[in-house]
Design a protein around this ligand. Structure first.
Ligand SMILES: CC(C)(COP(=O)(O)OP(=O)(O)OC[C@H]1O[C@@H](n2cnc3c(N)ncnc32)[C@H](O)[C@@H]1OP(=O)(O)O)[C@@H](O)C(=O)NCCC(=O)NCCS
Length: 191
């Protein structure tokens, strides 16, 4: 199946997605890089997903009553897990990988094919992902992520935590912590 915006609806009905009927994905843009015979995205009850999800051969799990607002983008090659009653505001990025190797000689393999891949609509398909660091992102129940925040690879955001607007989160956030800044640090605790 082609991975275009136009057939997102068709994709949502397919074996690749397991979505509860009560969730709204009308404005979800889902781009799956390569289709294997499996479920890529699981969405629980009463969610609204107005985001863009770009994913490789991995799985994203979204719980119940999760609201994800416009302009938020996921880049996922390892896995992203989101609990229940989570809010993710607009303009956020959740990225569970570095996209490219930090070693310049390994990155050259990406630059030499970038233009051809872009024109063929296969950007990233030839990347040697074994040279790219990645680690799963976990967002626990009742967390709230403020607008324009960035959640980096390997981060676990604790239950009920609040991520202040514009934060760059590079380390785990404790349960019920309020964090902010770049890199995000604890401002205070809430309930
Ligand atoms: C995180 C937030 C909820 C905290 O609100 P609050 O409890 O009223 O916090 P305050 O405004 O009293 O600020 C407390 C401290 O945190 C700092 N702070 C607040 N927001 C911050 C942020 N985004 N980044 C870094 N520091 C921040 C303040 O400067 C203040 O520091 P000080 O104690 O040294 O003076 C709020 O600042 C925020 O980011 N709101 C954005 C909400 C949002 O994204 N809404 C979109 C719709 S979902």
């Amino acid at each position: 199946m082609e991975k275009t915006k136009e057939n997102v609806y068709e994709l949502m009905q397919s074996k690749y997605i397991h979505k509860q009927k009560t969730s709204n994905t009308d404005r979800l843009q889902l781009n799956i890089r390569s289709f294997a015979d499996k479920t890529y995205l699981t969405v629980g009850e009463n969610c609204v997903l107005n985001c863009t999800i770009n994913m490789g051969d991995c799985h994203i799990d979204i719980g119940d009553r999760v609201m994800i607002n416009d302009g938020t983008t996921f880049f996922c090659v390892n896995g992203i897990s989101i609990g229940n009653d989570v809010m993710i505001s607009w303009g956020c990025t959740l990225i569970d990988n570095n996209s490219h190797s930090i070693i310049s000689s390994e990155r050259l393999k990406d630059t030499v094919v970038a233009r051809q891949e872009y024109e063929a609509g296969t950007l990233g398909n030839n990347t040697d992902w074994s040279t790219v660091k990645n680690a799963p992102i976990i967002i626990k129940d009742k967390a709230w992520i403020g607008f324009n925040s960035i959640i980096m690879k390997g981060v676990t955001i604790g239950e009920g935590a609040v991520i202040g607007a514009g934060s760059v989160v590079t380390k785990d956030v404790p349960d019920y912590a309020v964090v902010g800044g770049n890199p995000a640090t604890v401002i205070k605790y809430t309930t």
